[in-house]
Ligand binder design. Structure first.
Ligand code: NAD
Length: 354
């Protein structure tokens, strides 16, 4: 039976993860694969209980688990600690790095029910269904960095090895092959040598994936196209910094941050979490939107356990609940039926059966 480590974390993390677990338990009930859930501490909760944001016990449990479901970490209580000890750097970034999670996947799908919630015009966002695949452990953020004097200056080196490029682009081809067969590799090959290297390798790899159409796009144009005509994209694959910026930009195409799931993979293991933070401003009130975490659970079934049918069952149940007019307060308009965090989790479980 696969082991799932649940790390609720801080703030609304402790409210939204139980809802995702509830939905996962309901969807696998009576199926051939069931899931075993274990729990651990991360973030501020771990600092308070165990003295550091990523206790050794949590890391060992994460290494042993088949998949990890995380809430979110951080909050004002721990903001005055030195940066390296804080929940975000000492907990979240540390676990991502320790597990070598090199691929960050963020699907962006506009629910027809939420078209009005977007800041963009309905006709632009109504058919959005894309995935941004971001390289997460290389590039500028992990290259050599430093300062120099005379003249005073600072530098960050952008370096990618062939292997780092191949493994993320390969995932892009595989993912596009299972979707609409379109892979757009985003780079800045008109300026950067690392991008020209990326383009050479991805073009060469395309021969092994005749069913996938590979295109290349400069990152500045990609930013514009995501706003201008986002439905032209199926899968976007890109390096770390470009992906950092484009994933946040793309997340707004889906209407609300409370709807955006994510997966970070290393080939054998995945960590699944909502794209938003711990929302201390609304924590403890049973008003947080649990859908991003519930949809992250669907990604876990898809990418860690190859349970595509069950993943889609969760995604359809979320759609059905929204179609019935149920909303958490972050999405609600006058006339909508407003539900709390727990009640939204219950509604998704109920919709699974229908
Ligand atoms: P945030 O995403 O927590 O909140 C931004 C705004 O969105 C807030 O108004 C919040 O109420 C709202 N919001 C977020 N998620 C929501 C949900 N599920 N339902 C309804 N409303 C929601 O970002 P922030 O305020 O910049 O950060 C708060 C804390 O979270 C900080 O300590 C930050 O470092 C941390 N953080 C953690 C992660 C993570 O764990 N992956 C990511 C981002 C921020």
């Amino acid at each position: 039976m696969p082991d799932v480590l649940v790390l609720p974390g801080d703030g609304i993390g402790t409210e939204i993860t139980p809802e995702a677990v509830k939905v996962l338990q309901a969807v696998v009930k009576g199926r051939s694969t069931s899931l075993n859930f274990n729990y651990g501490l991360i973030g501020g909760a771990a600092i308070d209980e165990a003295g550091k944001a990523l206790p050794d016990e949590t890391l060992a449990a994460a290494q042993a688990a088949d998949a990890i479901l995380m809430g979110s970490v951080g909050g004002p209580k721990w903001d005055t600690l030195p940066a390296g000890e804080r929940p975000e750097l000492g907990g979240l970034l540390k676990i991502r790095k320790a597990l070598g999670l090199y691929a960050n996947i963020r699907p962006v799908k506009m629910s027809p029910m939420l078209v009005d919630a977007s800041t963009l015009r309905p006709e632009v966002v109504k058919d959005v269904d894309l995935v941004v695949l971001r390289e997460l452990t290389g590039g500028l953020y992990f290259g050599e960095k430093g300062r120099k004097t005379d003249p005073a200056s600072a530098y960050d080196i952008l370096i990618y090895s062939e292997e780092e490029i191949r493994r993320i682009v390969e995932l892009g081809f595989q993912m596009a092959g299972k979707r609409r067969g379109k892979l757009c590799s985003v780079d800045k090959a008109n300026v950067l040598e690392s991008s020209r290297f990326w383009r050479e390798i991805s073009s060469e790899m395309a021969k092994d994936y005749p069913d996938v159409e590979l295109t290349h796009m400069y990152v500045d144009n990609a930013a514009m196209q995501l706003i201008r005509q986002p439905n032209q994209f199926d899968v976007i694959v890109t390096e770390n910094m470009f992906g950092d910026i484009l994933t946040d930009l793309a997340s707004m195409l889906g209407g609300s941050i409370g709807m955006m799931p994510s997966a970070s993979l290393n080939g054998t293991k995945g960590l699944y979490e909502p794209s938003h933070g711990s929302a201390p401003d609304i924590a403890g009130q049973n008003i947080a939107n649990p859908l991003a975490t519930i949809l992250s659970g669907a990604l876990m079934l898809r990418y860690s356990f190859d349970m595509e049918e069950e993943a889609q069952m969760i995604e359809r149940a979320v759609e059905a609940v929204l179609a019935d007019g149920y909303r958490t307060p972050d999405l609600a308009k006058p006339g909508d039926k407003v539900l709390g965090t727990r009640e939204m989790g219950n509604a998704v479980v109920e919709a699974l059966g229908s």
